[in-house]
Ligand binder design. Structure first.
Ligand code: AMP
Ligand code: ZN
Length: 142
């Protein structure tokens, strides 16, 4: 399991090492999936490799299969909420990346409204987080 290089601990490394709080819906040896703390929509997930890499191109090819399997598993869980969702990856500040530890977003869509507009994103409450994790059948494995 990796750690960030530099003085500041990486928040996703902290979550991957179970030192930071998160509403985890799926976890295996190399990946962890948890609820975004400022969700665009209900059930917004982040799919994170436990090893600290900033970018997709930093992954070792031997890690591709496991990471993609975790992404597919998380999509399967989201499909218990809705069959409509976006999968996204922001790479670099100009693309909107603010956490420099690789993560795919899975953003459920419930209606035709655009959740990516300039509307405020409210912080996920612990009660909502726990309810959504239950609804997604998590945490897996228990
Ligand atoms: P990005 O803009 O692609 O770097 O996305 C980073 C995402 O991480 C944002 O949607 C944040 O809301 C989310 N985030 C930041 N800190 C945490 C945290 N401690 N737990 C869960 N999600 C987080
Ligand atoms: Zn990290």
């Amino acid at each position: 399991m990796g750690t960030a290089v530099g003085a500041e601990p990486c928040i996703f490394c902290e979550i991957a090492a179970h030192r930071g709080p998160a509403h985890v819906v799926y976890e295996d040896a190399n990946s962890i999936v948890f609820l975004d703390i400022f969700p665009f929509t209900r059930g917004h997930l982040l799919v994170v490799p436990k090893r600290h890499v900033d970018r997709l191109v930093d992954l070792d090819p031997s890690e591709y299969a496991g990471y993609f399997a975790a992404l597919a598993q998380a999509c399967r869980q989201v499909e218990t909420l809705t069959k409509d969702y976006n999968v996204g990856l922001n790479q670099g500040p100009l693309a909107g990346q603010i956490v420099f530890h690789l993560h795919f977003h899975i953003i459920p869509r419930y209606d035709a409204g655009n959740p990516f507009g300039p509307m405020p994103r409210t912080r996920l409450s612990d009660a909502d987080g726990a309810a959504i994790v239950r609804e997604l059948g998590g945490p897996i494995p228990r």
